[in-house]
Design a protein around this ligand. Structure first.
Ligand SMILES: Cc1cc2nc3c(=O)[nH]c(=O)nc-3n(C[C@H](O)[C@H](O)[C@H](O)COP(=O)(O)OP(=O)(O)OC[C@H]3O[C@@H](n4cnc5c(N)ncnc54)[C@H](O)[C@@H]3O)c2cc1C
Length: 499
């Protein structure tokens, strides 16, 4: 008989794992605490507008194609490449930089402040490309069975990358560029990992290669939630059920194996194996009550920033605002130093604006625009009180209005705000941290919470806080890694039976 698997969480990692396992003949069910699938990759439909709640683009599109091939399906969504990748504006400046993938075109914008930008960028990207190709298959897309396995694998990485291991992202960028503007713009991608360029390892400069050279960024036609809709439809065709409003709060176990998961209504969910898509660190602490993940231990781990996200429907269009836009301040160093812990940074906020309706007109009524703001904020350890949320949101809207030259306040017809409190409440994100555990050297690879449980051999993990890390393509890779674990255990059980 085909083994049964219950997956806890219908985020990108949970859905992708469900599809992979159903392809291999497993009998799969999903339990999800929220009322609809997607996790952070969710959707709000309100007042005639559609908003994606979290991701607004993804990289490494080939991971999605490979995933579809391995699950015997046509990708149930289509995507379009972004070029420019995004625009960047600094407070007090009229200039907007466009991050074109064509480096010669990009360089034209730096003629004044960064002579030889094109040659410098080519040198920088060549180094980032080397890092990417020398690590992606060897380290990022690998399961590690022990620390020794991990360290011996790292020892096989080309030694020319060793110095990079001990540098920060910003230091690496500084070696190639001299002007502050170029340095700040090229380091921006570190924020996509939920930390700043000053505390993100230079290893992640490989992201510059993924954005400019290797594959770029993609937006999904009709909005990012089409990914979820497509995967959920395919799962339904395969008989995989998703049980919503079901939060797992405890486990029942015997002889080193989980026998059932228990939900908040004391319903027991029984299966042969279990995959947890909830945060791999927080679940171990809250549900399994592991000492290594006690509230005190979780609080001293490094977490990615919290996010204040704002979803606005406005009754006019903004022809001069592009699809993806970064609005930075004029105090990059102070801001990056204070952002994790000091709510004072919100007086001069840095934020990102996505105009979903720009490429997807169905996401807003005719003549209107659907706007999505993301502003990094301290997580709930450092800012637990959000009673000032409306004042903060108003100040961001004012700042944006000033920068785009249109007062959008009187145009707003729909307004929804998620602070880290909502992110925590809806999806169990620890302290509202947006991307889960940070990616510092002591929290990646074999040091990240493993995708196999330490105590229960039939309990596994998938998603942002286990290997390899945060972001949609990483969730797809994570689903592949955990599927390999599940299959290996099934083989072991089968071999034990024969003996
Ligand atoms: C504001 C924002 C912007 C982002 N932008 C991008 C982007 O542009 N590009 C990109 O690639 N990535 C982006 N990301 C990151 C990306 O969203 C995540 O890395 C990815 O969606 C995480 O997927 P996941 O499978 O790990 O889990 P999640 O999405 O966290 O899903 C986990 C699921 O488990 C459920 N759950 C939790 N606990 C329980 C429980 N006890 N019982 C039952 N169910 C439970 C949750 O409700 C949730 O549905 C962004 C994230 C945020 C927050």
């Amino acid at each position: 008989m085909n083994p049964s698997v219950i997956i806890v969480g219908a985020g990108m990692g949970g859905l992708a794992t469900a599809l992979r396992l159903s392809t291999l003949g497993y009998k799969v069910q999903i339990v999800e605490k929220f009322y609809q699938a997607g996790g952070r990759l969710n959707r709000i439909q309100k007042d005639g507008f559609t908003f994606d709640t979290g991701p607004s683009f993804f990289s490494m599109s080939y991971e999605f194609h490979e995933f579809a091939r391995e699950c015997n399906l046509q990708l149930p969504f289509s995507f379009r490449e972004l070029d420019p990748l995004y625009s960047v504006n600094f407070r007090g400046s009229d200039q907007t930089y466009f991050l074109y993938k064509d480096i010669a075109r990009l360089a034209e914008q730096f003629e004044q402040e960064e002579p030889d930008f094109e040659a410098k960028m080519e040198r920088y990207l060549a180094k980032c490309g080397g890092l990417f190709h020398d690590t992606v298959d060897l380290v990022i897309k690998q399961n590690f069975n022990s620390l020794v396995h991990y360290l011996t694998t790292l020892a096989r990485v080309n030694p020319r990358h060793l110095p990079v291991l001990f540098r920060k992202f910003h230091d690496q960028v500084n070696r190639y560029f001299d002007s502050e503007r170029a340095r700040q713009i090229i380091s921006l991608v570190a924020f996509f990992l939920g930390r700043t360029p000053f505390d993100t390892s230079a290893v992640y400069t490989l992201l510059s290669y993924t954005e400019f050279r290797h594959d770029g960024y993609y937006n999904v036609e009709g909005g990012m939630y089409k990914i979820v809709e497509g995967l959920v439809d395919e799962l339904a065709r395969r008989g995989v059920s998703i049980n919503y409003n079901t939060e797992i709060s405890a486990v029942e176990s015997r002889d080193g194996k989980v026998t059932a998961l228990v939900d908040l209504h004391n319903h027991f969910w029984r299966a042969d194996m279990f995959v947890v898509n909830a945060d791999a660190a927080f679940f171990r602490g809250k549900v399994l009550e592991r000492k290594a993940f006690s509230p005190r231990k979780l609080d001293i781990m490094q977490w990615t920033m919290g996010y204040l996200t704002i979803y606005l429907g406005i009754k006019r269009q903004l022809p001069n605002v592009h699809h993806h836009n970064y609005y930075l301040g004029d105090n990059f160093y102070d801001y990056a130093r204070d952002i994790y812990k000091n709510p004072g940074t919100l007086q001069k906020p840095y934020y990102y604006v996505n105009v979903l309706s720009k490429h997807n007109p169905d996401c807003a009524p005719q003549g209107c625009e659907s706007l999505f703001f993301v502003c990094p904020v301290p997580d709930l350890r450092y800012k637990a009180d959000w009673s000032d949320r409306d004042a903060i949101v108003d100040s961001i809207i004012d700042d944006f209005s000033q920068r785009v030259g249109v007062d959008i306040k009187p145009e707003i017809v729909s307004r929804t705000v998620f602070t880290p409190q909502e992110w925590e409440k809806h999806f169990n994100l620890y302290r509202g941290s947006g991307l889960g555990l940070a990616h510092n050297l002591m929290q990646i690879g074999a040091f990240r919470p493993h995708n196999v449980d330490e105590k229960f051999k039939n309990l596994f993990y998938v998603g942002a806080s286990t290997v390899p890390g945060a972001g949609l393509p990483m969730a797809v890779i994570s689903s592949k890694l955990v599927t390999q674990r599940v299959v290996a255990l099934r083989r072991k059980f089968a071999a034990d039976k024969v003996r």
